[in-house]
Design a protein around this ligand. Structure first.
Ligand SMILES: O=c1ccn([C@@H]2O[C@H](COP(=O)(O)OP(=O)(O)O[C@H]3O[C@H](CO)[C@@H](O)[C@H](O)[C@H]3O)[C@@H](O)[C@H]2O)c(=O)[nH]1
Ligand SMILES: [Mn+2]
Length: 732
């Protein structure tokens, strides 16, 4: 259905993919029958266990299959209504009355650690959006620096000067890639003009590198009084966790012009006030501070949130978003945000760590009935949606922050600056409603959930050419640490009073509730995966049959369920990484979540490192699994540390290998004695599956000798854990 009215050409359309919908529904029906049959088998076995050990095994398998079925049910919510969206940006100007009819746009970019997130990368993010095909006088870019680092501010001062050359350069050549790094790395071809600007960029990089290496901005790098005054704020007492708010207007579109005389977008640096005694709520806190500071200065009705590890890859993107957000024929009082998929560059060919999260970031969102969840970045919000339900705006403590407020005067005015200092203060939120937005380490998921529960809808804008390209972690420990943080955050939501399964279903309906539940309970995959990674194998080592025999019809059900799920997933999903997560970050995430909710431990937002070690990148490109411990970068220093997550992974790998070998031996011996071995076949298949998936881990344990080798200590500890398990079971 294209949403055109008599007067306007259409701006977007949303079609249900009928054939796919029918196929998915038929398959779901068949699969559901197989699951029912499986449970029938489980109940039967449970009622007549041969031994106590069999009873325990049957219970655990039932638990595993129950969780698997729950996850299967929730995932159906993405498959019943597959849709396809299309936008027609070519009609936009006709509909809104030229670029003059475009709403103002505030862009928020978060950064939090100059060593894990090199300032040049953040600058590239900013330049790529400052160069959007959008009226400069309507565009403002805000940088939130949670590290409060003078290095970042210095880099942005450089960038503001460079922007005067870069923005007209992009426009004149109509570039697609408007982050200088991406441009010079790919489509760049020489020429005097181009060489000149490249030189300028390289010189800037050198100056930044110099300052970053020194760790501070030296007197010789400072140009003019304004800059001196700004850096004067970094006194001896100034630390990243304890400092006053720093707000610097680096470009002001009422004043600054590029080298061709055109206006430039506003560029504002913000480092909110931090105090050791006041919790800052990580990225969620940063976004709230950005919301307030921008409200006082520009208060654009549309907001784009971006992480510092991604760049625009298409300058027309805001216009696409407007095809939804400025469409006069959709119900404007309902559409809260437009999400673009997170897509990544630099993923190696086999995507060995499943780092592009296709299922999470590209596939599932298209299937959500009321529109996708918020993915934390690359999302255009209607500012109004962050202040209450569509029809019930939350009153604010000061009118200046209201989305309906119209800021008067220049952003540089004394009055405005005084306000920004105030709303960027660390105590500002005390006794206000702002704290309602906190509560989970996955602030993105939580925000999206709450918005949709309040009645906001969203749209997903998925195009062939990625609108943004981001960096994914390329070293296993980083990948797992990131997933562990997500696991904790998701469980915080799953078991909160806004749980998708209760509150969500009530307020958004069954399908949307299930979609959110599928994500929120994601770490629960660890239950079936851990059980299936260890239990049948331990039983096999002891020659105990706990799975149906080959001649049992249930054997076929198992095979069908397995292959069915696998094939349906195969297209978009590398199962291996899912298994690794199942015994590592999800288990540990669950444990840490429990500790956290009991008040025993506190897990903070562990920022993912975006630093690329050359050797590491090379190996990743070659597709080598990296199990060394060098992935940790703490305050710029590489630290060797053994992760318990690797021990669990190692133990799972070893036990599968041992049980496969032992199982095959048992089968051979028993057969030669004329015994029936049918009962062990499924377990051998399972162990075989484990071994195939564990291959890179054996390599890292026994074959590799370079940095990707699993530390011998980890291998030994894993082996020890396995032998403990073995002894415990054989004693029982
Ligand atoms: O105290 C903090 C911690 C983090 N960040 C910023 O948050 C962003 C995301 O951090 P990153 O380490 O890159 O996390 P990822 O796991 O890659 O991010 C995913 O998961 C997060 C939730 O855990 C979402 O916020 C992100 O949008 C989503 O891309 C970065 O720009 C950080 O600078 C802050 O501003 N303040
Ligand atoms: Mn990131």
């Amino acid at each position: 259905m294209a949403s055109a009215t008599a007067n306007y050409p259409p701006l977007n359309s949303r079609k249900l993919l009928r054939r796919r919908a029918v196929l998915n529904r038929l398959f779901a029906l068949t699969y559901a029958c197989a699951i029912l049959a499986l449970f029938y088998h489980h109940v039967k076995t449970l009622l007549r266990p041969a031994t106590a050990a069999n009873a325990v095994a049957a219970l655990l398998l039932l638990l595993a299959d129950a969780v698997l079925s729950f996850m299967w049910i929730t995932v159906q919510s993405f498959r019943l209504y597959p849709t396809h969206n299309e936008e027609f940006p070519e009609n936009l100007e006709k509909v809104v009355g030229g670029t003059g009819g475009f709403p103002a746009l505030d862009v928020f970019i978060c950064t939090s650690d100059p060593y894990k997130e090199p300032p040049m990368g953040v600058v590239n993010t900013a330049l790529s959006v400052m160069a959007y095909e959008y009226p400069a006088e309507k565009l403002s870019v805000y940088i939130s620096d949670d590290s409060g680092s003078e290095l970042t501010l210095f880099t942005f001062m450089e960038a503001a000067r460079f922007a005067g050359h870069w923005l007209p350069f992009c426009r004149e050549r109509n570039l697609m890639e408007r982050s200088p790094e991406a441009y010079f790395a790919s489509s760049y071809r020489g020429g005097t003009e181009i060489d000149k600007i490249k030189m300028m960029y390289e010189n800037m990089k050198v100056r930044v590198k110099h300052v970053v290496e020194r760790g501070k901005v030296g007197e010789e790098c400072i140009i003019g009084d304004r800059e001196r005054r700004a850096f004067g704020k970094w006194t001896d007492e100034f630390t990243s966790q304890n400092h006053p708010a720093v707000i610097e207007i680096l470009l002001d579109n009422s004043r600054d012009r590029d080298i061709t005389g055109n206006a430039m977008p506003n560029l504002v640096y913000l480092s909110r006030e931090k105090s050791k005694n006041v919790p800052h709520h990580f990225k969620a806190g940063a976004l709230n501070a950005l919301l307030r500071v921008s409200a006082v200065m520009t208060n654009a009705p549309i907001i784009l949130t971006l992480d510092c590890d991604m760049c625009s890859n298409d300058p027309e993107t805001p216009r696409r978003a407007l095809c939804y957000l400025a469409n006069p024929s959709t119900d404007q009082s309902q559409l809260g945000y437009v999400q673009f998929p997170q897509r990544f560059q630099g993923i190696n060919e086999g995507d060995i760590y499943c780092g592009d999260f296709k299922r999470l970031f590209q596939i599932n969102p298209t299937g959500m009935k009321n529109g996708p969840n918020y993915l934390g970045t690359e999302c255009f919000f209607r500012r109004r949606s962050l202040f209450g339900a569509p029809l019930a705006i939350v009153p604010l403590e000061i009118p200046e922050l209201s989305p309906e407020h119209c800021p008067k005067g220049l952003i540089q005015s004394e009055r405005t600056l005084a306000w920004t200092q105030k709303v960027a203060g660390c105590n500002y939120e005390r006794n206000t409603n702002w704290g309602h937005k906190y509560g989970s380490l996955v602030e993105d998921f939580y925000t999206g959930l709450k918005l949709q529960c309040k009645g906001w809808r969203s749209a997903f804008c998925h195009l062939e050419r990625p609108a943004f390209l981001g960096d994914a972690p390329i070293c296993l420990i980083d990948v797992l640490t990131q997933s562990k943080r997500w696991a904790i955050g998701l469980l915080e939501v799953a078991f909160s009073k806004f749980s998708p399964i209760t509150f969500g279903v009530q307020s958004m309906g069954l399908l949307m509730g299930l979609s959110y539940a599928h994500h929120a309970f994601w770490p629960m995959w660890s239950v079936p995966i851990t059980i299936y990674a260890f239990l049948p194998q331990i039983a096999l080592i002891n020659g105990l049959s706990i799975c149906p025999k080959v001649s049992d019809p249930c054997f076929l059900i198992y095979i069908f369920l397995f292959l069915g799920a696998y094939t349906q997933d195969l297209a978009d999903f590398v199962l291996r990484m899912c298994l690794i997560r199942g015994v590592t970050c999800h288990v540990f995430g669950t444990i840490e979540y429990t500790l956290k909710s009991l008040g025993i431990a506190v897990q903070g937002f562990n920022v993912t490192s975006k630093v690329l070690d050359d050797e590491q990148s090379k190996k990743y490109e070659q597709g080598a699994f990296e199990l060394g411990a060098d992935g940790f970068i703490i305050n710029g220093l590489k630290a060797r540390a053994i992760s318990p997550m690797f021990v669990a992974l190692g133990a799972a790998a070893i036990i599968n290998l041992v049980s496969l070998v032992q199982g095959l031996i048992v089968v051979v011996v028993r057969r030669s004695n004329g015994e029936n071995v049918e009962g062990l076949v499924l377990q051998i298949l399972l162990a075989g599956f484990g071994v195939v998936n564990g291959w890179p881990i054996y390599e890292a344990m026994f074959i590799k000798s370079d940095k990707g080798r699993m530390p011998t200590k980890v291998t030994l500890v894993s082996a020890f854990v396995v032998s403990l398990l073995y002894t415990a079971v054989s004693l029982a």
